[in-house]
Design a protein around this ligand. Sequence first.
Ligand code: SIN
Length: 277
Amino acid sequence: MEISPLTGGLGAEVFGADLTNGGDRDAIREAFSQHAVIVLRAQNMSPEDHLAFARQFGPINVNRFFKPLDEYPEIATVIKEADQTQAVGEGWHTDHSYDVEPALGSILRAVDMPPVGGDTVFASMGMAYDALSAPMQGFLEGLEAWHSSRHVFGATVQNSEAARSGRLSNADAAQQDARHPVVIRHPLSGRKTLYVNPVFTTSIEGLGQEESDALLAFLYTHCQKPEFQCRVRYATGDLAMWDNRATWHKAINDYHGHRREMHRITVEGCALSAARG
Ligand code: SIN
C-alpha cells in the first residue's frame, strides 16, 4: 500500500490498499486521522464491501433525505442524470452538522463517472483555524453556533430540481437543530478546528443577526482560501473518505450532459467539545 499526499496540508491518495481482509486497516485509519481526506484508488467494491468497510469505523448513520440505494437503506445515492442541471452538495458544507452528534465521516464510492469533471473539493478547518490571528481565535473559542436541516431539506426546498426528481425527499423529517462550539477540539486528533459551514450554520448564539451574519461571512471567505484545499478527481471504482469534523466539501457541477452516480455511507460520530475549557 502506498500513500501519497495530495497537497501540503490536506488529503492523500492511497494506492494498492487491501480493504477486503482488513490487512491494511490500521494503516488506513492512521492515514485518515493524519490527512482527513483519503482517496482509496481502484477499489471496485460491491455495496456489501462498501458497508463492511464503513462499519469498521462505527455504526452507520442513515441519511434521512437522500434517495437510498435499492435494497440498501444505509447507502445514500448521490446522482445527477445527464438531463439534470443541479448537483446535490454544490454548496460548501459538512455532512450532518445539524445533528446533536454529527457524523464522524462519509465514505463515497464512485460508481459511474462522467468522462471528465465531477470532482469534490475539500477544505481543512484545522488549517483555516490556525491561519487566524490569536485575538480572533480567542474570540471564536468562546462562541457557539446553531446548525439546522430545516432550510436545506424542509418544505421550502420541495420545488428544487433535486426534490422534484426524487433525489431528495422526506421534507417532514427536516426538524434537526443543534448548537455546537464554533471552535471544537477534534475528537480524533485533538486539533483546534473551526466548526461552522455555509449550508447548515444559521447563526451564532448571543450575537445580533447583523453581527452573526458579518462574522460568518468573514469566516466563510477565510475558509475558502485555496491554501486550505485539496481537490479529488475520481475514476469509477475509487472510494473517498473524509472527516466531517475536520473538513468542508463541495461537489463540482461541471459535467452537464453526462451522468454521475456516487454511493455514500455516513458513519456515526459523537457530541463535539469546545476547544477552550
Ligand atoms: C456530498 O456532498 O456528500 C457529495 C459530494 C459529491 O458528490 O462530490
